[in-house]
Ligand binder design. Structure first.
Ligand code: ARG
Length: 592
């Protein structure tokens, strides 16, 4: 189906046409239409245009109004008047609101257009590290990244997911050496719901034990170093042991992603090791082209504006003086792979803001090398730190990083209690209570993360997250379930658009907000700001609350067509909530 023009864009176009008729030299000038409290919309652009043309703004505004006859039956614009020094206040016809929404409702995509010229975006997100516990930072990358993937895909973009897991590095020498000397350390029970936990706890034990040995036993340390050499040389036995660490860790990662109600597919997991074969070539190209230079034996890239605390330039090290490759060489090789082999036009990295300097240098290096250019660009969707209730970086009382699984389990427990406290009223079975508890708890964690701008730090506060009032996912989920229950109770009456009806103010406000969905999505996709979608959905639920206060849906006092039209409005609201929440990775249970 063809995309639906929003009322805002239709009105904007009509005012723009009248404007260029009144002031031909302005060309295709934008009247800058905004939602307004006084009328439905206000056009703010006339003042500046008049000033530029040395015309009187009020006169120009009056001419524009004269060029827009209103009042006939098919008109979108119902009223337009000049206000203040040269603004226009515009009210649209009730009929136009319902007709536009009916066109949205007739479309599975709710009238959201597909990009005309989609590109290919590679999203680098959900990238935990092998043999290490996942923490709240990994949660943010996973949640924000998954939302961006869904949003971009929905707008028609081709998306390739990449989970750049930390699966390479010198620490594997120590781990593998320990495993050869204690071959049963990774054994655990396979299968069952606790398998992920079992895998992680044996990895944890092994990690700690090998560390202790490494720090206290010089001979073990030497054997571990030899292991690193063997690993890098591709010794088959060593590689097989390394693979065991990766496989065990993946069992654990997948169990966490599963808890998060998130689908991660094996072919998309391309860790640091996936670029090993490219590292040497990457360095060669950089050195040959002069982008990188030798400095104290290391291969480095320098930047005028990047200096260390001593004031000396602090380079990006692509190859260490001992011949080893680090994080930068891997990321630069990954860029080459993503651009050349995956055909990416955009690279998005959902990574902690504390890695911003790394990415700044990596991107700049890739630009100098020509891998990034006008047609291919890279952005870091940098996120802030997760803080505890006390506003300090989130730690346990013992000062350790909080285990992600513990947090998620607690969120689900609390949410289940909330769901249970209301379950009788709705008549939920025990099975539904458990399922909804999971959707509400995990939804709460995701929403809290997605509802503030990613770049800001945010407080991990479970009490606030599962609260029924305020800007929480639970509030939105209840809004959805309430509509579904109204529609179930409506019996014979079905949601039907009735454009002939006059609308109450709360109906108009709800309708105009519904009409913005497509525009909000395209903005969110372009700016990589999922929190704006969360804000839109929260406002939608708030409009709905006001609507309920002022308008009864099912009532013996309402003529049948009013019931149908109101059912139509709430049904479209439910579909919009459902779609929007799904894009954020949050479920909307039918009964809550
Ligand atoms: N594994 C890294 C970490 O835990 C994040 C990887 C980010 N992605 C990348 N291409 N460097 O911090």
């Amino acid at each position: 189906m063809a995309s639906v023009h929003s009322l805002a864009s239709t009105v904007n176009q009509r005012v723009a046409d009248a404007l260029s008729a009144a002031l031909p030299e302005a060309g295709a000038a934008d009247p800058l239409l905004r939602r307004s409290d006084r009328a439905d919309f206000q056009a703010n652009g006339i003042l500046a245009l008049a000033k530029k043309a040395k015309a009187n703004p009020r006169e120009l505004a009056t001419q524009v109004v004269a060029g827009l006859p209103t009042g006939s039956a098919g008109d979108v614009i119902k009223e337009i008047e000049v206000s203040g020094p040269g603004f226009l206040n515009i009210t649209v016809a009730d009929r136009a609101i319902i007709e536009t929404l009916a066109a949205r409702a007739a479309d599975d995509r709710l009238g959201v257009p597909l990009a005309e010229q989609p590109g290919t975006t590679v999203v680098d997100y959900a990238q935990p590290n092998v043999a290490k516990e996942m923490h709240v930072g990994h949660l943010r990358s996973a949640v924000i990244g998954a939302a961006m993937v869904e949003i971009l895909e929905f707008t028609g973009e081709k998306v390739v997911r990449r989970h750049h897991i930390g699966d390479w590095g010198t620490q594997f020498g120590m781990l593998i050496q320990y495993l050869t000397e204690h071959p049963h350390e990774l054994d655990h029970k396979h299968g069952g719901p606790e398998e992920g936990e079992a895998a992680m706890s044996s990895l944890n034990r092994l990690y700690k034990a090998s560390r202790v040995l490494f720090d206290s036993d010089e001979d073990f340390k030497a054997r571990s170093r030899d292991r690193v050499v063997a690993l890098q040389a591709g010794d088959p036995e060593t590689l097989a042991l390394w693979q065991r660490f990766v496989d065990e860790s993946k069992i654990y990662f997948y169990s966490v992603f599963d808890k998060l109600d998130m689908e991660i597919n094996d072919p998309d997991v391309v860790g640091e090791s996936g670029y090993n074969a490219m590292l040497e070539e990457t360095c060669q190209i950089l050195e040959d082209s002069g982008v990188a230079v030798r400095s104290d034996g290391a291969l480095c890239v320098f930047f005028d504006d990047v200096k260390g605390p001593d004031g000396n330039p602090s380079p990006l090290i692509v190859k260490k003086s001992n011949g080893g490759y680090g994080y930068a060489a891997t990321d630069l090789s990954a860029i080459r792979d993503r651009v050349k082999n995956l055909g990416a036009s955009t690279l998005v990295y959902v990574v902690d803001a504390r890695q911003s300097l790394h990415f700044k240098m990596v991107f700049e290096t890739a630009r100098r090398a020509g891998w990034l250019n006008e047609d291919v660009h890279a952005v870091q969707l940098a996120f802030g730190t997760v803080l505890g209730k006390d506003g300090k970086p989130f730690k346990t009382r013992e000062g350790e990083t909080v285990r992600l699984v513990d947090l998620l389990d607690e969120a689900v427990d609390r949410a289940t209690a909330v769901v249970r406290s209301k379950a009788d009223k709705v008549g939920l079975t025990e099975e539904e209570i458990v399922e909804n508890g999971r959707y509400v708890g995990i939804g709460a964690v995701k929403y809290a993360d997605l509802s503030t701008s990613a770049s800001r730090d945010y407080k991990f506060d479970l009490d606030q997250m599962v609260s029924l009032n305020g800007d929480t996912s639970v509030y939105l989920q209840y809004a959805y379930a309430r509509i579904r229950s109204i529609i179930r109770r409506a019996g014979e009456s079905k949601p039907t658009a009735r454009p002939e009806l006059e609308l109450a103010p709360a109906e108009r406000a709800l309708g105009l907000h519904l009409d913005r969905f497509a525009e909000v999505l395209s903005e969110v996709a372009a700016s990589y700001e999922p929190h704006k979608l969360a804000a839109y959905l929260y406002q939608l639920a708030s409009h709905l609350t006001t609507f309920y206060d002022q308008c009864q849906v099912i009532s013996a006092d309402n003529p049948p067509e009013v019931v149908e039209n109101r059912l139509f409005l709430v049904d479209l609201t439910a579909r919009t909530l459902h779609q929007g929440m799904a894009l954020l990775g949050i479920r909307t249970p039918e009964r809550l």
